[in-house]
Design a protein around this ligand. Structure first.
Ligand SMILES: [Zn+2]
Length: 409
């Protein structure tokens, strides 16, 4: 039995329809987790799942599952993503993976097909982490990266508890978050970066999600008169910070991809045209798929900080956040690659620069991700776009792979 053929027009129309919920013309749409707009989007997605013949279940953290039972109902093959957004978002991001999953179920129904194993489309709660922190909250609970009770007690920026907002929007479900543990999980997503487009390939097979290490650096020198203090007698915290920032940039530039280093904030005191800066503060964001290289970058930062102390500066380093990189299942990546090649797609093996629910699901079962190109690499922006043909091709590829997994013996 061959895989269902999806209806590309319906997929694109539904992306547009969902993208209208929370729309703030012309600045894109805003559907922060568990807001009224998120509730409307959840209701719409739930109605599409029911229309596709799925049974719909809500778990205690508000994750939605749409399931088509297999003929041999022994294991679950899952896909999914999220429909919450950042402020002023585009129409794709997580919605693409969710609607593609629903399209698979709907096409199966339209074409009278039933898989051997059950197929499940998951819609995870609070992926973005804008209104409630941490991000990836729904999948984080499934992965036991956070306790269910702690997740429910998380408070929003506006002082509302996650559990009471779940109740308010009608999505405080009763199912256990561990009721639908899959045998395989595959997430389809737009790349949200420029790598695929620059390579000229249409499908990204994601082998891992990179880790990160975030730092706050504060360097103390001596503020002094810019006219009367000779260069040799200065303790210029600003120049010390700029030299260190340049060194980190060249460390990342010299290393082959994927190490990246970013100094995203920078401030000087007293921040005056005629005063040698007495203090400089900046942040460093290191990311890499190789945890050892990430550690080396941290060690270099610490070594340079102590070298500055030897020169008479005071330096404080504070680690703000750290996450190890998550590898995906290489057998599953190979399976995705064969299916893509069979479909005539050009592929690129790559890493994900952004976080995704799949990195949590990787703790539960063999997991992988598929990317389609983002035009100009733009995401989390109303200008977020992917060619319609690429969106349809990615969704058909997901269909082919899930279908083969659901019928594999
Ligand atoms: Zn996303």
């Amino acid at each position: 039995m061959s895989a269902p053929t999806i209806d590309g027009r319906r997929l694109l129309d539904r992306l547009n329809e969902l993208g209208e919920i929370g729309r703030e013309t012309p600045e894109g749409c805003t559907r922060l987790a568990l807001s009224d707009a998120d509730m409307l989007a959840r209701n719409l997605v739930q109605s599409w799942l029911l229309e596709a013949g799925a049974s719909v279940h809500i778990d205690q953290v508000g994750n939605i599952y749409g399931m088509i039972a297999g003929a041999n109902n022994s294991s679950l093959i899952m896909t999914g993503s999220h429909i919450d957004t950042v402020s002023r978002a585009g129409k794709l991001d997580g919605c693409y993976g969710v609607i593609a999953g629903i399209e698979i179920l709907q096409s199966m129904k339209d074409q009278g097909l039933q898989p051997e194993q059950s197929l499940v489309v998951a819609v995870f709660s609070n992926e973005e982490g804008v209104r409630f922190s941490p991000d990836l909250l729904g999948s984080r609970v499934i992965a036991k990266d956070i306790d269910l009770d702690d997740a429910l007690a998380v408070e929003s920026r506006d002082g509302k508890a996650f559990c009471s907002e779940l109740k308010r929007i009608g999505f405080a479900g009763e199912a256990s978050p561990w009721k639908f543990l899959p045998k395989y999980f595959i997430e389809l997503h737009i790349e949200q970066g420029p790598v695929l487009e620059a390579s000229g390939k249409t499908i990204g097979i994601v082998e891992s999600v990179q880790g990160h290490s975030w730092w706050q650096v504060s360097i103390g020198g001596c503020a002094n008169h810019a006219g009367t203090t000779p260069m040799s007698l200065r303790k210029d915290a600003g120049m010390a910070a700029m030299r260190l920032a340049c060194l980190l940039e060249s460390l990342a530039a010299d290393a082959s991809l994927p190490l990246v280093a970013t100094v995203g904030t920078f401030s000087l005191e007293p921040n005056s045209i005629n005063v040698v800066p007495g203090r400089a503060r900046f942040t460093v964001d290191f990311r890499d798929t190789d945890n050892a290289r990430l550690r080396e970058a941290e060690i270099l930062l610490q070594r340079e900080a102590s070298a500055l102390e030897d020169q008479g500066f005071s330096v404080q380093l504070q680690n703000l956040s750290r996450a190890v990189s998550v590898p995906f299942d290489l057998d599953l990546c190979d399976r995705l690659e064969s299916a893509a090649v069979a479909q005539g797609a050009s592929i690129l093996r790559m890493v994900s620069g952004a976080s995704h629910d799949a990195q949590m699901m990787a703790k539960v079962c063999p997991t992988a991700m598929l990317f389609v190109p983002s035009i100009s690499g733009i995401s989390h922006n109303p200008k977020e776009k992917t060619l319609p043909g690429d969106l349809v091709m990615g969704a058909q590829l997901l269909t082919d792979v899930l279908w083969s997994l659901a019928n594999k013996h």
